[in-house]
Design a binder for this molecule. Structure first.
Ligand SMILES: [Zn+2]
Length: 437
């Protein structure tokens, strides 16, 4: 296994693994180059481009006895590791056996080398354009992708197949496919009621439903023809990578892909303090910080909260505050991270948001004077309570400006009784207690 792209820990990245099919052992060096080009081509297309930092990519090199792939329509058969074959009728559809001679080998390699793989790509060393979604689990594409969808060219078969694997997107093709299951995908529907349309957040009120093709490209509506039907099934835009090779993903497919990325990768990579529950008993400032995954051309939105209240201006990656700004007792410090990308309008599961909360138990020195008692002979007593680990001093004043120390001591079981020994010089005295540092 070889690393192609590292942007962070495999535990919090969408890990792509490219596997070699139809490369002989002497061609494996070329496979490493091809795999790198395939990943770069894929991640150059929106919305992947914007979330490139959310991906790692690796290549697993396995040799085949012979180069290429089967082309039954031309009577060509090759001995290859994953037993791939082009379709006997549609010589652009590449599949591998579902059993242990095909997909089972993909699964076994991933299990042993990269169990955290979320996007396997089988790169078939064949110059004929072709691919498939490998049972919605493995994006299969021939090396023709290296000529057909490298930037600045638009997406091709590889990018299209990843839409199936990552976001369960449906084909927006209109060519008939008798027997194809009538299951709706995020980007295909039979629904024609505007208010029930699953992508209604993208449809402006003045767009007709269904939408005539004359409206043109870049408008989200309800275009007839999708899911292998010319009529009765609808797609969101006139053109999309899920329907026309050479088009970018439409807004609805793009949204589904961003949600799919956030299903697998969380925006907060790490945070400090690493422990989300701790105690403080001194006034030393507390520092909290986040390490975030950032999209390519916009920053994630951050807001800090203390006990549920947003701090104005606390929108950076770190927050420093004094424990004196908190209450004695249990406090909650939270950071809410949001991706406010315009690529997503509908996020019912709140995938684009993450909240980190620290529970902070504060026991700051705090004193209280109470229970005043008059005693005989001009004496009196009062109680000092609270917490003062380093001790306290009792002071008196006649004018609240000048304070004189009377007694230094420690609390016992949280309290201390002070008794004066002589009446003060004035008929009116103020008393206070202060913790010692
Ligand atoms: Zn689409």
């Amino acid at each position: 296994m070889q690393t192609i792209l590292t942007s962070g820990p495999v535990s919090n990245r969408l890990n792509i693994v490219v596997l070699s099919e139809g490369y002989t052992s002497s061609q494996l060096a070329q496979f490493a180059v091809d795999a790198t080009n395939a990943v770069n081509a894929l991640l150059s297309h929106p919305p992947y481009q914007e979330y490139r930092n959310y991906f790692n990519a690796f290549a697993i090199k396995v040799a085949s006895a012979q180069p290429g792939s089967d082309h039954p329509s031309s009577g060509i058969y090759r001995d290859t590791y994953f037993n791939s074959t082009y379709d006997p009728v549609a010589d652009y559809l590449i599949t591998i056996p579902a059993d242990s001679t095909g997909q089972g080998k993909v699964d076994a390699l991933l299990q042993s080398r990269m169990p955290n793989c979320q996007l396997p790509i089988l790169l078939v060393n064949d110059p004929n354009q072709g691919g498939s979604d490998g049972f919605d689990r493995t994006a299969i594409a021939s090396t023709a992708v290296l000529f057909s969808e490298m930037p600045p060219l638009p997406p091709g078969i590889l990018t299209h197949e990843t839409g199936h694997v990552l976001a369960n997107l449906g084909d927006e093709y209109t060519i008939p496919y008798p027997g194809f299951p009538d299951t709706e995908e995020p980007n295909t529907t039979q629904q024609t009621n505007r208010s029930l349309l699953k992508w209604k957040a993208w449809v402006s009120t003045n767009t007709p439903i269904p939408t005539p093709e004359t409206v043109g490209e870049g408008v989200v509506g309800l275009f007839e023809g999708a899911h292998y039907h010319e009529t009765g099934w609808y797609r969101p835009e006139l053109n999309c990578a899920m329907g026309n090779l050479g088009a970018e993903f439409c807004s609805v497919c793009s949204e589904a892909l961003v949600l799919a990325i956030y299903q697998r990768v969380r925006p907060v990579d790490a945070f400090s303090p690493a422990s989300t529950s701790f105690s403080v008993s001194s006034t030393q400032a507390l520092t909290f910080s986040l390490s975030l995954l950032q999209p390519t051309s916009h920053n994630l939105d951050v807001q800090w909260f203390t006990n549920g209240v947003a701090w104005t201006g606390a929108t950076h990656l770190g927050l420093t505050l004094s424990p004196e700004a908190l209450f004695n007792g249990t406090n909650w410090i939270s950071a809410r991270v949001n991706d406010l990308t315009s690529l997503v309008r509908n996020d019912p599961a709140n995938l684009l948001s993450q909240i980190v909360t620290w529970t902070v138990d504060v026991t700051l020195p705090q004193l209280r004077l109470d229970s005043p008692l008059r005693l005989t002979g001009g004496k009196f007593a009062f109680r000092v309570s609270g917490n003062a680990a380093q001790g306290f001093v009792i002071q008196s004043s006649t004018n609240l400006l000048d304070w004189a120390p009377l007694e230094t001591n420690y609390l016992v079981a949280g309290q201390f009784w002070h008794t004066n020994f002589a009446a003060g010089p004035s008929s009116r005295m103020f008393y206070r207690a202060a913790t010692l540092p």
